[in-house]
Design a protein around this ligand. Structure first.
Ligand code: SIN
Length: 486
C-alpha cells in the first residue's frame, strides 16, 4: 500500500480546493491535493457567475451583507456572512495578484455585473461568463508549479482515517494512504443527485458522506437551490445554465402569452418558483428567456453554447425551466472551516457555514471558496502542529468498500419528492431510498416543518418564526436536530 505524508491533505481540486492548497503552501505547509476529475469535471470550472464583492464606490460590505441576509430568508448566520462580505474585496485583489484577469470596463476599471437579489452592481467576471474556467486554469497552473504541493490525480477519497476522535488522514480508492493531521474537504456540491441539474455528473455529495461516516456533523441538506434558467430539451444542452447575469443586463422571462410574470432580478428562490408555477399552470415544459436585446458580445460562451444547441439567442426565445443547482447545506463548520471532527475541515460548496441561509445570493459561492479557503488553510496549518502529527503516523486502515452508486431511480426520486415543492408523504418515500445521502436529505427535509427559501413544503406552506436562524443538523449517532446558529 502506497503511503504519503503531508501536513495538509486537500480533497477536491475545484476553486475551493486549489485555493486552499495554494494558501496552505504559501504558509510553508507540505500539501497533498487529491483531484478525482480532470479540470472540466468540477462545478467551479463551469461557473458562469462571478465573485460577489463590494468594490464599487457606491457599495459597501454592509450593503452586501444586507442583501445576503434578505436573500437567505431568516436563516443566514450573520457572523459567517459578515466574514464573506468584509473579506471578499481582498479575495478579488488576491486573485488578481495571482494572475487572474477579471473583465474591465472601457475605463480600465473592474466591470461589475448585476445579479438577482443584489442592490448594487458587484459581481466580477472573467472572460464574460467563463469565470470558473479562467480561475481554475490560473490556479491549476500555480498548483502544478508549487513544489510544496503534491497532486494525486484521477483517484478519489474512499474514507477519512480517524484515530482518537480526530481525522488523521485519507484513504484513497486506489489504496494510497495519506497521513495528515489536517484534512480539508473541498469536494463540491450535490446538485447532480437530482435528475434535472445544472451541475456536472460528479457533483453527488461524495464529501458529505465521507464526513458523515467519519462522525462529522452535516447541516441543512434539505436546502437545495434551484436555478430558474436552465435550458430545456435543446440538442445536447438540456440543463445548460444561462447565467443570471444576462438578466442583470436586461433579459426578460416571458410566459406563453409573451408577458413578463416576475421581477427577473428578485432573489433566486422567488424567480425559480414563479417559473415553475408558470410551467405547472400551462401545458408548456418551459418559459421563454428573452435576451434578444442583450449585447451578445458580453456573453460569448453562453451565446456559442446555445448556437451549438440550435438556439439563436439573438433571434429567438430560449426555453428554460428550473434545475437543481447549489446545496446551501453541507458539512457544518465554524468560521475557519473546522468541522465537528477534530482535524477535519470543509470549504466551498461541500461546507455549511450557514452564510447562505435558506437561499444563496447569486455569486456569493465563488467568493466563499476564496474567503473561507484562505481561512481554512490558516486554521489547518495552525492545527497541524508537528507534535500532533507525530502521534498519528502508524495506524491500521479499514478496508475500502465500494462507493455507493447513485441510481437513475434515486435521482428521479429526488427530483420528484424533493424538488421545488415537497410534502411529508413524498419525503417519507424518499427516506426509504437505497442511497444513504438521499435518505439523509429526506430526513432533513422532513425535520424542517415549514417553508423557507429553497425549501417549500406543501403541507407546511408558511415560514415558522420559531425557526428563524435554525439549521437542521445530522450526525451518525443523533437524529435530526434543529439548532439556532445566531
Ligand atoms: C449564474 O451565473 O446564474 C449562476 C451563478 C451562481 O450560482 O451564483
Amino acid at each position: 500500500m502506497h503511503r504519503v505524508e503531508a501536513q495538509v491533505a486537500v480533497v477536491g481540486a475545484g476553486a475551493a480546493g486549489l485555493h486552499t492548497a495554494l494558501c496552505a503552501a504559501r504558509q510553508g505547509a507540505a500539501v497533498t491535493l487529491v483531484s478525482a476529475m480532470p479540470l472540466a469535471g468540477s462545478s467551479s470550472y463551469w461557473a458562469q457567475g462571478g465573485l460577489a464583492a463590494a468594490l464599487a464606490a457606491d457599495d459597501s460590505p454592509a450593503a452586501h451583507l444586507a442583501d445576503t441576509i434578505v436573500a437567505g430568508r431568516g436563516s443566514v448566520r450573520e457572523s459567517a456572512a459578515r466574514v464573506l462580505c468584509d473579506e471578499a474585496p481582498a479575495a478579488v485583489r488576491d486573485l488578481q495578484e495571482l494572475g487572474v484577469a477579471f473583465d474591465a470596463d472601457r475605463h480600465g476599471q473592474l466591470a461589475l455585473g448585476l445579479e438577482g437579489g443584489h442592490s448594487r452592481r458587484r459581481v466580477v467576471h472573467a472572460g464574460g461568463a467563463a469565470t470558473g474556467r479562467r480561475i481554475i486554469g490560473e490556479l491549476s497552473a500555480l498548483v502544478a508549479q508549487d513544489e510544496r504541493i503534491a497532486v494525486l490525480e484521477s483517484t478519489r477519497a474512499a474514507r477519512i482515517l480517524t484515530s482518537d476522535g480526530a481525522a488523521v488522514g485519507v484513504l484513497l480508492e486506489d489504496g494510497t494512504r495519506i497521513v495528515a493531521p489536517a484534512v480539508v474537504l473541498a469536494t463540491g456540491g450535490a446538485a447532480a443527485m437530482w435528475s434535472r441539474t445544472t451541475n456536472p455528473i460528479g457533483a453527488t455529495g461524495g464529501g458529505l458522506l465521507l464526513a458523515f461516516q467519519a462522525g462529522a456533523r452535516l447541516a441543512d441538506l434539505e436546502l437545495m437551490q434551484f436555478h430558474p434558467t436552465a435550458v430545456v430539451g435543446a440538442n445536447g444542452a438540456d440543463g445548460f445554465l444561462v447565467t443570471e447575469a444576462v438578466r442583470g443586463e436586461g433579459a426578460h422571462l416571458l410566459d406563453a402569452a409573451g408577458e413578463r410574470f416576475v421581477d427577473e432580478l428578485a432573489p433566486r428562490d422567488e424567480v425559480a418558483r414563479a417559473v415553475q408555477q408558470q410551467i405547472d399552470s400551462s401545458d408548456a415544459s418551459s418559459v421563454g428567456l428573452d435576451m434578444r436585446h442583450v449585447d451578445p458580445a458580453l456573453f460569448p460562451n453562453v451565446v456559442g453554447a446555445l448556437r451549438r444547441a440550435g438556439i439563436d439567442p439573438e433571434r429567438e426565445l430560449i426555453p428554460v425551466a428550473p434545475a437543481a443547482h447549489y446545496m446551501m447545506g453541507g458539512v457544518a463548520t465554524d468560521l475557519h472551516g473546522r468541522t465537528s471532527l477534530r482535524g477535519l475541515f470543509a470549504v466551498g460548496e461541500c461546507s455549511c457555514t450557514g452564510l447562505h441561509g435558506a437561499n444563496r445570493l447569486a455569486s456569493n459561492s465563488l467568493s466563499e471558496c476564496f474567503v473561507f479557503g484562505e481561512r481554512a488553510a490558516r486554521a489547518a496549518v495552525q492545527d497541524a502542529a508537528p507534535a500532533a502529527r507525530a502521534a498519528h503516523l502508524d495506524r491500521h486502515d479499514p478496508a475500502v468498500g465500494a462507493p455507493d452508486e447513485l441510481s437513475a431511480a434515486s435521482r428521479q426520486a429526488l427530483w420528484r419528492y424533493a424538488g421545488l415543492e415537497r410534502d411529508a408523504e413524498g419525503l417519507r418515500t424518499l427516506a426509504r431510498d437505497e442511497h444513504l445521502l438521499v435518505r439523509l436529505i429526506a430526513t432533513g427535509a422532513l425535520a424542517r416543518e415549514e417553508s423557507r427559501g429553497a425549501h417549500r413544503r406543501l403541507d407546511f406552506p408558511q415560514r415558522d418564526p420559531a425557526l428563524e436562524r435554525h439549521h437542521v443538523t445530522l450526525t451518525e449517532s443523533r437524529g435530526p436536530t434543529l439548532e439556532n446558529w445566531s
